[in-house]
Design a protein around this ligand. Sequence first.
Ligand code: PGA
Length: 251
Amino acid sequence: MSERTPVIAANWKMNKTIAEAREFCEALLPAIRESDAEVVVCPPFLSLPATVEALAGSDVGVAAQNMYFEPDGAYTGEVSATMLLDAGASAVVLGHSERRQLFNETDEALARTVPVALASGLLPILCVGETGEERDRDETDRILRRQIDAGLSRVPAERLADVVVAYEPVWAIGTGKVATPEQAEDACGFVRALVASRDESAAERIRILYGGSVKPANAVELLGREEIDGALVGGAALDPGDFAAIVTAAG
Ligand code: PGA
């Protein structure tokens, strides 16, 4: 891995009650004491304040799994950046493929959300990635280009390095079908090249994660790749021991 600080994020998705979130954090903290990685836990909204409280005094950050770009108003069911900051979040996952596929989140909405998150002081973790059919049709680069161009279109060049991108091939999410280290590295390298076409120094600094069936058994190999600056972990992040093993694999 490069000198970029790795980011290892636990995406709990729609899992864990308040009590379960607390229990996870209590088990996690002693297990990752030695790690230099930037660790982030992404609980559902309702367990977010309890997660913040359970992690207080540690370096572990807390991310929301989504937000809306408007500051307030008549948007039933939505949560703003200000509310997330108020609850103690330091980051937010944006454009996860489950949001895109199941909840119709669009590139256009993400183009508005990423800069709002950044300007508010949240670390945006922008997810991109192709479906299995798109990969089979050799469209991976085209899809990544479209998603990155849109998601970063309104981010000024001097803030590009403050975004984290997670390359998550849809076919590898929750399927146990992990991308090969070569496939993951190629795609992360392609994303970095896209950022370089906007700003070369930002491309050297931006963290690009891999996500999709990351487990303790494959983490060392994936995280050892030069272009892969960390992992966004779903299934294996529900267990503090497994997640701590992935954090430890990052160094
Ligand atoms: P997974 O999920 O690790 O269960 O494949 C990854 C993600 O959706 O972020």
